[in-house]
Write a protein that binds this ligand. Structure first.
Ligand SMILES: Nc1nc2c(c(=O)[nH]1)N[C@H]1C(S)=C(S)[C@@H](COP(=O)(O)O)O[C@H]1N2
Ligand SMILES: [Mo]
Length: 327
């Protein structure tokens, strides 16, 4: 683990320091996924058991019709997506969240809607689950560290909730505050980050239909380590923008100070759009390693796509913005 110069906080490791948990099993999963594609063809995705599941409570979602919501990439094996995680409240190693997050209590749970809205409200999670029809969406998730996954999420557009809140004319940004409970989260209280983990979006980004409020994945309720009971998924931005275990959503006039900007503003910006042409100060962002792909660390890297491949849907949001300055 690398500490910041001022000896506080954690910085993302350089991609070369990440030891992938390569295994015979993963290779087998990939071969099976390949075989399934060969039999069913791409049309098999999203219909029938397109992906393996775990043993959690089911949460079904109808195939999404939102533009760009159904990536054709083969989903990452369930076992990889639930054991290779970033959730620093539970530890900084990739295997820590799966090991430690069983302490997270997801009921009772509320999400408070506050700030520049006409209808502030504290939603009970079970009420929030019924606010809009559940959809399944297959998104690529690109971590700033240089790896990616493909995950079938279950949820609905965040815009559904925002519409209920009726933002005022002063609402320009949305701030997402996540749970920081030192009793159940062993790293809260450590100097890894300035807790709680806070993220933010511009209001128009938050309203973009791809921005997902997610309650599940792989046809099941979210595992704790993936951000139960409710998280954000913003597929065209680096993974850290997709805040887990949200307890508060605030509508504000000024750009929120996010946890990663506070930790290292020179490395992580507010926008954090996936951009192969804007390198991280310590490594290139031009390519990525798809978790679970055969060959492990020796597998050929994939080129990283502008806006993680969602440019047709979101490019217009940034017309006229200097993406190198606004990283
Ligand atoms: N509350 C919280 N949310 C978080 C994080 C975190 O440490 N705490 N890590 C982020 C990072 S860096 C990534 S890459 C994604 C990983 O999501 P996944 O583990 O479900 O793949 O969650 C993001 N959301
Ligand atoms: Mo990440």
């Amino acid at each position: 683990m690398l500490l910041l110069p001022q000896d506080r906080g954690f910085i993302h490791p350089h991609p070369s320091e990440i030891t992938p948990r390569e295994s015979y099993l993963r290779r087998r999963d990939w071969l099976l996924a390949g075989a399934a594609m060969a039999v069913g063809g791409p049309a098999a995705l999203g219909s029938g058991p397109a992906h393996a599941q775990g043993k959690g409570p089911k949460l079904a979602g109808a195939r999404s019709s939102v533009a760009g919501a159904m990536a054709m990439d083969a989903p990452t094996a369930y076992n990889d997506a639930t054991t290779y995680n970033n959730f620093y409240e539970f530890g900084t190693d990739k295997s820590d969240p799966a090991r430690n997050a069983h302490t997270l209590k997801t009921r009772p749970w509320t999400v408070a809607i506050e700030g520049e809205v006409k209808k502030p409200k504290t939603w009970d999670i079970d009420e929030l689950l019924k606010l809009a029809p559940m959809e399944e969406r297959i998104y690529r998730l690109r971590c700033v560290e240089g790896w990616s996954m493909v995950i079938p999420w279950v949820g609905y557009s965040l815009s559904e909730l925002i519409r209920q809140a009726e933002p005022t004319g002063n609402a320009k940004f949305v701030e997402f505050v996540t749970l920081a409970d030192p009793k159940t989260m062993p790293y809260v209280g450590s100097r890894v980050l300035d807790w709680p983990y806070v993220e933010g979006l511009r209001l128009d980004e938050a309203m973009q239909p791809l921005t997902l409020l997610s309650f599940g994945m792989y046809g099941e309720v979210l595992p704790n380590q993936n951000g139960a009971p409710v998280r954000l998924v913003v597929p065209w931005k680096y993974g850290f923008k997709s805040a887990k275990s949200i307890v508060k959503i605030r509508f504000v006039e000024k750009q929120p100070r996010t946890a990663w900007v506070k930790a290292a503003a020179q490395e992580y910006g507010f926008y954090s759009n996936v951009n192969p042409k804007v390198d991280h100060p310590r490594w290139s962002q031009a390519t990525e390693r798809r978790i679970g792909e055969a060959g492990g660390i020796f597998a050929k890297k994939r080129p990283t796509l502008m806006f993680n491949g969602y440019e047709p849907q979101v490019g217009q949001l940034y017309a006229g913005l200097d993406l190198a300055k606004n990283y």
